[in-house]
Every structure is written in structure tokens, then in C-alpha cells.
Design a protein around this ligand. Structure first.
Ligand SMILES: *Cc1c(COP(=O)(O)O)cnc(C)c1O
Length: 377
């Protein structure tokens, strides 16, 4: 091994598109249109087109995207928002920040995503919103979730920070991009995300004209037009510099998803015979864009395997070590449905291996062999 193995190789990815990215950055500096420059509008159009969605509103990060989405709904403090307990904190944090009640439900043990059946057990008269998180790169079963939401008059916000580019197939064969099925979808352009910029960024999308207009206002000081403020909003913008970089990277997103998919299949094949681990389970309704390649390590050996891999120079990460219901911040302000057995078990057994757009089979062979060595096979 010449270079250290990394979870994500942002430098290697940059070097392949360096000329285009450098030109986009230089162009932004040359024009000094640092805020809301033309590149923001261009990126907005190309991403809306890529996702096939009517309204796309860029913002400062994926957490803001979730907050703004919630702010655009007519909610009252105390209203309940259903979220998975096995996710990144941002999803739940913004709910609490707005005085709403996060209602935490368990997830499917194989796809790690929320399901309609699990959501159903949490619905009360106060439930207004459901936030499915498309964890690690594949969509939750949105068709079922939307049917349940319709039945109970709930709004659905898809947290698509980890699954941009994934494609969801409905029972009738119709295919759409993850994040465009619910009433609102949100995403993050954090550098290590599948479509990452060189700093912070995020976006919100919707096919609803009224919501689209309101989200646009909420992200811009609740402003209808200059100096006319209809709502209490926030200031959340995507920098022109980041928009320029993202427009370059968006052209390669499908290629990047394919590269991640191939690396995942290569791991699958190499690790197939090991009884001690379960490789990622695909949801047949969704393609998987492998934001993470996450193993389930059986028999309580996760931490031991992680340490072993680290001793061989292989980084491996735990997403996520603690279910959100056990976080101090949410004690007393959230509602927990059932005992969340699956989330709790996942936090003790998940292990994510290096995966990115520049993976080499030689490096994957090294990682696969190290895992085999750990299991003595
Ligand atoms: C990354 C992420 C976010 C937050 O995005 P930021 O841009 O870091 O604010 C929200 N939800 C999920 C599931 C994420 O992975």
C-alpha cells in the first residue's frame, strides 16, 4: 500500500476534474458575484432537471434544508413529526428547534430505513409530518409511506442527504429520483456526500407550487420581494463558488454512483462467504448509490473487527454509535415508540467500510483479505 487508505478520496476525485473545477472557481472570483451569482441559478436549473422536479431551492446546508422545509408547513408547536431513531442528529434536531415533537420509531433491520408499518404505530391526532431518511444511499419504500400519509393527511419530507441520484420504482413501473416523491425533499452537499461541494451546501425540492414559493421565501428572510417580509424566515444561501463547483460535479454524478455501485458489488462478492457479517441488503424498489457500504457484524465482534482493521491501516466508521432516543439532548422533548430494539442493535453492530468514487480493486482486495483473516478464513 503506497497511499493511506481513506474512507473517502476527495483529492483523487478532484484531480480528475481539476481543470473544470478550477475554471469554475476562477470564473466566480473574476466576476465577484459571490452571493446569488448566475452560477447559483444555473446549478438550480440543472439539478431541478436532473431530479425532474418543478422547484429547487438551494440553501446553506442540509440541516437548514430540513429546517426550512418544516418552516414552510403550517405547523404549531407541539405538533408531532415522525422520524427514524437510527439516523444523523440533524433530522431530529431541527424538529425540536422549531418546538415540534420528534417521535422516534424503529427501522427495518435489513435496509435500515423507516417503513409504513413502523410509522403507522406512531400516528396520533397530533402527527403532522413524517421524515423518512434514505439511509446510506437507498430510498425507503416511499409508495407505501405516501399511501399511509395520504390516508392520515400527513406531510412527507424526504431527507435525501445520503441518496441523491438513487432511483425509486413504483409498483406500476414508474421510475423517479429519490427525494422527489414526498411533498418536499431535502439534500446536503457536504463534501463527503455523493454530490459534495468544497464547503457547505444544501437544497430543498418540491413539485408543489405553493410550497415552492413559500420555501423560497423562508430561505430568504421570509421575503416576498425586497423589504417586504411575509414570514419570519432565515438567511440560508448556497455560495456562488459552491454552485459553480456543484454544476461541474453534477455532470459526473451518475458516473460516481456507478463507481460506488461497482465497488459495493466487489465487496459483496469478496465477503459473500463470511458467516460473521451481513453485507448490505438492497431494497428491490430502489437503486443503491452507496453513500456508505455498511456491514452488520454479528456476535458482538464489531469493535474488535474495527480495531483489527485499523491495525492494518484500514479505516472503518460507525454510523451511528448511539440511537437518537438515547441522546441527552432529546430526553424529555421527544416521544419514543416501543423499545427500538433494531436501532439499538444496529448501533452495536454496524461498520462502514471505505467507499468512494475512486476505489481501486487492489485496495478492496487488501480490505477483503484483512476481514477474511480476522475470521480465520
Ligand atoms: C449530512 C446529513 C444531514 C445534514 O447535512 P449538513 O449539510 O451537514 O447540514 C442531514 N441528514 C442526513 C441523513 C445527513 O446524512
Amino acid at each position: 500500500m503506497e497511499d493511506a487508505i481513506q474512507m473517502v478520496d476527495l483529492k483523487g476525485q478532484y484531480l480528475k476534474i481539476k481543470d473544470e473545477v478550477d475554471a469554475a472557481i476562477q470564473h466566480c472570483i473574476d466576476t465577484t458575484a459571490f452571493i446569488n451569482g448566475p452560477q447559483v441559478g444555473e446549478f438550480k436549473m440543472s439539478l431541478a432537471q436532473y431530479l425532474n422536479v418543478k422547484h429547487l431551492i438551494p440553501c446553506a446546508n442540509g440541516t437548514d434544508a430540513l429546517q426550512i422545509a418544516l418552516m414552510a408547513l403550517e405547523l404549531t408547536p407541539g405538533d408531532e413529526v415522525i422520524v427514524p431513531s437510527f439516523t444523523y442528529v440533524a433530522t431530529t434536531e431541527v424538529i425540536a428547534l422549531l418546538g415540534l415533537v420528534p417521535v422516534m420509531v424503529d427501522v427495518d433491520p435489513n435496509t435500515f430505513n423507516i417503513t409504513a408499518d413502523l410509522i403507522k404505530t406512531a400516528i396520533t391526532a397530533k402527527t403532522k409530518v413524517v421524515v423518512p431518511v434514505h439511509l446510506f444511499g437507498q430510498s425507503a419504500n416511499m409508495e407505501e409511506i405516501m399511501a399511509l400519509a395520504d390516508e392520515h393527511n400527513l406531510c412527507v419530507i424526504e431527507d435525501n442527504a445520503q441518496a441523491i441520484g438513487a432511483e425509486y420504482t413504483f409498483a406500476d413501473g414508474r421510475k423517479v429520483k429519490a427525494g422527489t416523491i414526498g411533498h418536499i425533499g431535502t439534500t446536503s452537499f457536504f463534501p463527503s456526500k455523493n454530490l459534495g461541494c468544497y464547503g457547505d451546501g444544501g437544497a430543498i425540492c418540491t413539485n408543489d407550487d405553493e410550497l415552492g414559493a413559500k420555501i423560497q421565501m423562508m430561505a430568504n428572510h421570509g421575503q416576498v420581494k425586497k423589504y417586504v417580509h411575509k414570514y419570519i424566515g432565515v438567511n440560508s444561501r448556497l455560495d456562488t463558488l459552491q454552485a459553480g463547483i456543484l454544476s461541474v460535479k453534477l455532470k459526473y454524478l451518475d458516473q460516481y454512483s456507478t463507481a460506488r455501485g461497482s465497488a459495493a458489488s466487489y465487496y459483496d462478492k469478496g465477503l459473500a462467504d463470511l458467516d460473521g457479517i451481513q453485507t448490505p441488503v438492497r431494497n428491490p424498489q430502489s437503486t443503491h448509490v452507496f453513500h456508505q457500504y455498511t456491514l452488520l457484524v454479528k456476535d458482538g465482534k464489531r469493535d474488535e473487527l474495527k480495531k483489527f482493521l485499523e491495525s492494518k491501516g484500514i479505516p472503518a466508521m460507525i454510523y451511528y454509535p448511539v440511537p437518537l432516543n438515547e441522546q441527552e439532548a432529546f430526553k424529555g422533548i421527544s416521544r419514543v415508540i416501543g423499545d427500538l430494539i433494531v436501532s439499538t442493535a444496529l448501533c452495536q453492530s454496524v461498520l462502514s467500510l471505505p467507499i468512494h468514487t475512486e476505489m481501486k480493486e487492489s485496495v478492496q482486495d487488501y480490505i477483503i483479505n484483512a476481514i477474511k483473516e480476522f475470521y480465520g478464513s
